[in-house]
Write a protein that binds this ligand. Structure first.
Ligand code: HEM
Length: 491
């Protein structure tokens, strides 16, 4: 079978290039407070090239939070941006209007084939910026087609026993900690937070862990400075998903991919490959950097750490605090405007793309006026943040994401005594991506400890997805050959 996704998404991470320039002066057409309405008069221009903020420029060392604030002050809630040189879009930074927009798919579509830049040939959808390409999976579909593509994912996730899943995640987290606990030092991103979600998802797919380590390694290689390595990694990812579907077609099991293949939505093998690729791209980096940002907060913010250790701030409230203030997601995939509309005072043309600035919306002064929680002093004890999206495309796996992140954070706290940052916080390097918010490495030191005891066979049986035995020799199929190639790279 030849299922070969032609593009692999990576959560929007991309290499750095040049410094961010100062934002342009305030746009008088943009103001806040008005709901989204159909525009009666002619649409406004998109701003001159000099007015547009270049989203493709690298993240400044202090991160982008201050940039969103400056843009809001100068432009109001809607900012003209360029996604790549000459490719125009809008960026919305208003919480209420972002929510309204996400809940109105009849006005704001995900199908990027309707984007004017693509229709008029200024961008090639196969090559454009992350999340503005087009792929045959749920994230890029609207209406009935979206329902058809989302149902197999939803139904597969609903079948998961979350108690058994909690044991599975705990065991994977323990195994990762075992690999560095005797050392007394680790990079919590590379050694742990990056690996945990990839291993969990790979187990949902019913594969031995060696394939999960490869999946994580390929994702990391996609950001390699050497272009040849990047190309190899993208090609490897394509083969992973094609090989996964091919192997499950030959030998179906009790796993998410086999269930999607047998679903009444009648997905084609190619669609299953793209859906599996979506599950990885939607979960991997988000969960990794939710764990990373939470650990960074605990290691650098005394107020939060003491609220958490004194049990005034539960782990889930801590995650919500981080999702409000330090969300791994900065920008949500662009929506395509289906008819001329007014947002605030700005008129947006049919065919325009609007990116949703989640981080900016979370810092919208209109949602920051709540009374601080008397126990914690934090004004963020609510789950109304947009970190899991909203509307028909909202994350179908928020419970799973929370489970992996909360277990990931808890295991580190339980297992690593005297945990502390090994560098000055100012040395932590932000991700270059305009889409993701996190650090590239999180070096820590702790008192060296002992590996955990292997779990009793009985506990293993109670897991949702007990580990699949490692193969002595990978099968001679596409996936097996890919693993052999990967092992060869490491030697
Ligand atoms: C903390 C972890 C996670 C966060 C913050 C997160 C966040 C999100 C967000 C914001 C969206 C909406 C995208 C949009 O509207 O454009 C989304 C969609 C999605 N997420 Fe998650 N996610 C997480 C974990 C996961 C996990 C663990 C899985 C799967 C196992 C998953 C699968 C998906 C899928 C398939 C979609 C697309 C749904 C659709 O388009 O209908 N996510 N996620």
């Amino acid at each position: 079978m030849t299922t070969t996704p032609h593009h692999v998404e990576n959560g929007g991470e991309r290499p750095a290039s040049a410094p961010v320039r100062n934002p342009a002066p305030h746009d008088p057409t943009a103001s806040r407070g008005c709901p989204v309405t159909a525009a009666q008069d002619s649409p406004a221009a998109h701003g001159s090239p000099a007015d547009r903020i270049r989203l493709y420029e690298p993240t400044p060392p202090e991160g982008r939070t201050k940039l969103w604030k400056r843009l809001r002050e100068r432009h109001g809630p809607l900012v003209p941006v360029e996604l790549e040189p000459g490719v125009r879009a809008w960026l919305l930074l208003d919480y209420r209007e972002t929510l309204t927009l996400l809940q109105q798919p009849h006005l704001f579509a995900r199908d990027t084939r309707k984007w004017r830049e693509a229709v008029e040939g200024r961008v090639d959808l196969d090559r454009t910026v992350p999340m503005m390409t087009w792929l045959p999976n749920a994230l890029y579909a609207d209406g009935a087609e979206h329902a058809r593509l989302r149902a197999p994912i939803m139904d597969g996730l609903t079948r998961i026993d979350m108690n058994g899943m909690a044991r599975t995640v705990r065991r994977i987290a323990d195994e990762l900690v075992d690999s560095f606990v005797t050392r007394g030092s680790a990079d919590l991103i590379g050694d742990y937070a990056g690996q945990l979600p990839a291993l969990v998802v790979n187990r949902l797919f019913g594969l031995p862990d060696s394939y999960g380590h490869m999946l994580n390694g390929l994702t990391a290689l996609i950001f390699h400075e050497d272009a040849q390595r990047t190309d190899e990694a993208i090609n490897g990812m394509r083969q992973y998903f094609a090989g996964l579907v091919s192997r499950k077609a030959d030998a179906p099991g009790d796993d998410l991919v086999s269930q999607m293949m047998a679903h009444p939505s009648k997905l084609t093998p190619l669609e299953v490959a793209y859906e599996a690729s979506l599950i990885v791209s939607a979960s991997h980096m988000m969960t990794a950097h939710l764990i990373g940002n939470t650990m960074r907060t605990l290691l650098t913010d005394d107020r939060i750490r003491s609220a958490h250790t004194d049990a005034r701030l539960s782990t889930h409230d801590l995650l919500d605090h981080v999702m409000w203030n330090d969300s791994p997601l900065q920008l949500l995939a662009g929506r395509i405007v289906l008819q001329d509309v007014r947002i605030g005072k700005a008129r947006i043309r049919k065919g325009d793309a609007i990116y949703l600035g989640v981080e900016g919306a979370h810092h919208d002064p209109a949602v920051r006026v709540g009374r601080p929680d008397p126990d914690t002093g934090l004004a963020s004890g609510s789950r109304a943040h947009l970190a899991f999206g909203a509307g028909p495309h909202s994350c179908p796996a928020r419970e799973m994401g929370r489970l992996v992140a909360s277990t990931g954070v808890t295991v580190l706290q339980e297992r690593l005594g005297g945990l502390r940052l090994a560098v000055d916080p100012r040395e932590l390097r932000p991700l270059a991506s305009p889409f993701l918010h996190g650090v590239r490495e999180l070096p820590v030191a702790f008192q060296p400890g002992r590996p955990s005891e292997p779990p009793a066979a009985q506990t293993q049986q109670m897991e949702q997805v007990p580990p699949v035995a490692e193969e002595e020799q990978p099968p001679e199929d596409l996936l097996g050959r890919l693993l052999n190639w990967w092992r060869g790279l490491g030697s």
